[in-house]
Design a protein around this ligand. Structure first.
Ligand code: FEO
Length: 404
């Protein structure tokens, strides 16, 4: 894609990755983009780089605006590889550029690059840099997404460069939120924001909440939020801020998701009467079979649902591997404010349900016990018990939702 002008003299010069489906183990069915930005001011400034596989695309985009050798300043808002692995190539072209990053950014990046060869300045919140007509203000945002992260605010243009925050893993021809909504839909954009938050930022909700409050107190006006992935926000800023406000509090609608896997369909047979019980209690329910669904999608559905019911057969005295993998991933994302229950079939020992509850308790989730277990294959009576289990969980979920 060609460069796209955000405002007079400020350009997106990134790259769209249409093909990526595995983003460090996180499935990205919609691809992604690596966004970086060029300010063509008296002292040309590059904000962030891109993944090293796409750095030539970004350099070509920069070249359509200025000779890349004229870049005077480089701001590194975040050192994760999807952004920072392209810097080595850019620094080959402009080794004399002044580099700005946080202290944690410098300590991290020097593990990958010999920074002693360059002019590096460590910046902190409140520091500014005049580049001509514009002034950059730096705002440290540790854990949004890594300890090194920061935002850069372009004061005169009221543009916030927000690196990972407010991003989406979306490969699109549209660069702005309103274009995407016009050509696609707000529902898809919202779903992408939630998917990204649930899989990338979920563990840091409290930190993000504090940082958003801090930015509000700075009283800075924002006309555009330009993240390092996905579309740039210029028309629906209130919408994405409101989505984040709900997400940092781990809010979810009264709904449930059943996430399961199965060996010989016995655990699977338990799913449908449980779902029917929930439906009859008026709880909207989604069903996710793990081996048929990307893990990231299952995580997103957990994030959207107040109630989480997990089903696993017992295999080798433990949880079925795909379910264990899912829960290990979920545990790292530190979910909260969810009511959990478990079920599953077994042949002789039947430890899986007990272990599922142990994992949920280790995550400090509220649990609805006891779970339900079935020997070998559910009988008619067992299926009725599953239905009653769904009804009982639905009632408990309504109470839990009302009081928390
Ligand atoms: Fe897009 Fe945390 O990197």
């Amino acid at each position: 894609m060609k460069p796209v002008e955000l405002k007079n003299g400020i350009y997106w010069v990134g790259a769209v990755d249409w093909a990526v489906r595995d983003f460090h183990g996180y499935e990205t069915p919609r691809g992604t983009s690596y966004n970086n930005y060029l300010i063509d001011d008296e002292e040309p400034t590059l904000l962030d780089a891109v993944h090293h596989d796409f750095v030539e695309v970004s350099i070509e985009n920069i070249s359509r605006i200025i000779d890349p050798k004229k870049i005077k300043h480089i701001v590194i808002n975040h050192i994760e590889n999807d952004h920072a692995s392209g810097f080595a190539r850019i620094l080959d072209i402009v080794p004399s550029a002044n580099i700005y990053l946080t202290d944690r950014g410098k300590k991290g990046l020097e593990r990958f690059l010999d920074l002693s060869r360059y002019k590096v300045s460590v910046v902190k919140s409140g520091d500014t840099l005049k580049i001509g007509k514009r002034t950059l203000q730096f705002i440290e945002t540790p854990m949004m997404h890594w300890p090194d992260s920061m935002f850069t605010y372009i004061k005169e243009e009221k543009i916030l460069i927000s690196q990972d925050a407010f991003g989406q893993h979306l490969a699109t021809v549209e660069r702005f939120d309103d274009e995407f909504v016009n050509n696609r839909s707000m529902d898809e954009l919202e779903d992408s924001v939630i998917d990204y938050y649930a899989n990338i930022l979920m563990p840091y909700g409290n930190v993000i909440k504090g940082k958003i409050e801090e930015i509000k107190k700075l009283g800075i006006e924002i006309e555009m939020i330009a993240p390092d992935h996905g579309v740039i926000w210029r028309s629906h800023i209130d919408k994405v801020l409101s989505l984040y406000s709900d997400m940092v509090d781990a809010k979810a609608k009264l709904s449930a998701v059943i996430v399961y896997d199965t060996m010989w369909h016995s655990t699977e047979q338990m799913v449908f009467p449980i779902a029917k019980g929930l439906e009859d209690e008026g709880i909207p329910v989604k069903i996710i079979k793990l081996r048929a669904t990307p893990k990231s999608v299952a995580i997103k559905e957990v994030w959207k649902s107040r109630g989480v019911i997990v089903g696993s057969p017992t295999l080798n005295n433990g949880i079925f591997p795909s379910v264990a993998e899912f829960l290990t991933y979920l545990k790292g994302l530190r979910p909260k404010n969810r009511l959990f229950a478990a079920f599953g079939s077994y042949g002789w020992s039947g430890e899986a349900v007990k272990e599922l509850y142990e994992m949920a308790k280790a995550m400090k989730l509220e649990v609805f016990e006891p779970g339900i277990r079935v020997l070998y294959k559910p009988s008619e009576e067992d299926l009725n018990k599953c239905y009653e289990f769904g009804i009982a969980f639905g009632k408990a979920l309504k109470e839990y939702h009302a009081k928390t």
